[in-house]
Design a protein around this ligand. Sequence first.
Ligand code: GDP
Length: 424
Amino acid sequence: MSNCAIVGINWGDEGKGRMVDLVTEEYDVVVRYQGGGNAGHTVINERGKFALHLLPSGIFRDGVVNILGNGVALDCENLWAEICDVAKNGISVTPENLKISDRASLLMPWHRDLDELEEARLKDKKYGSTKQGIAPFYSDKYQKKTILCGELLYPEKLMAHIRDIMEWKNLTLKNVYGAPEYTQEMIEKWITDYCDKIKPYICDTGAYLKSAVAEGKKILFEAQLGSLRDLDYGIYPYTTSSNTLAAYAPIGSGAPFVRINDVIGVVKAYSTCVGEGPFVCEMFGDEAEKLRSRGFEYGAKTGRPRRVGPLDIVATRYGTELQGATEIALTKLDVLSYMEKIPVCTSYIVDGVETDAFPFPTVLYDAKPKIEYLDGFMCDISGIRKWEDLPENARKYVLFIEERIGCKIKYISVGPERDSIIIR
Ligand code: GDP
């Protein structure tokens, strides 16, 4: 049986959610293995329009088991809000279709405070955090100063562990930032209000995945963000604080023994980037505003306008290699239908020298994009479902990208709905 990972190739927001929603039909289990509620997938299907932050996108399919693995930043407050939100549209989330790893660490209320306090301290040098507490969470995890979800099942030991960590955390809140301290009562209330709600979903997801593999079930791994946000290989320090690569999926899911057969890398037909940091292919002015509004490029979590640019071949090839992508899904091709000439960033110029290798992060600030133009297709392609029916210039654009990045483009998405897809 083959397992698959769906991952972002660029800076995130490539349309992974719509791809997972499309292919979950063929899978029994969908696993989120990293990140937290800091980004969002938008999924539009026959049950409605949803902005998912933590819930795996398989939650809309009957019979699919969804897992939040140990690599995830488990934010009970956001997760509970999301469970209640999808319930309004008739999607019931039960311990049968959602399983939370007992080894996932809990994102604590002070993680959000610390994120906000540190961004405020940095002022104009801020990282552009979504202030969901992700960076403080992962640093605490590496310091072994978090609480595992499974500890909620042992309340008699839980409070003693929380008290120890809280005492340490209050030192930072008070002495570094001059912020209010946490009390035991505040944490007890947080546990009752949110953690207790998610307790029924907590289990040993590693054991579940082990038996799922033994029974020949097919597993889909769903990533958040994209290659260039990977903590180790991305545009550090403007990365996220976890590993967004497919290679991390087995570790972050609870099943390090699982082999991934297929990696679907999701690439948007143009580039977008949220927050600060180098973005070599960035467009500005009217040209940028037009692309942003056509593509509706505003953050799913924050509503922030995204930075936009043409497709960046240098970054996309690098991202494709990092992910070990076996095939590509190219999304939002329909958005380019207004362009007479489609710009593509084909290489970078660094110190007057042209390169197609993705530079070391420090060098990115000095890189300039080399832009080439392909003829536009100038018509509405959102109703097209077959490769042969695409206008010739649209096919040429797809083949140009495929050839330059060296990976087969199997899926071409021409609209946000589940069936707005061309499969080659
Ligand atoms: P993700 O985090 O990678 O899932 O990406 P987002 O959900 O942040 O961004 C993708 C956005 O584009 C969502 O609003 C989708 O509904 C929308 N979308 C996805 N594919 C297409 C497409 O092919 N065409 C259009 N017009 N919109 C799309």
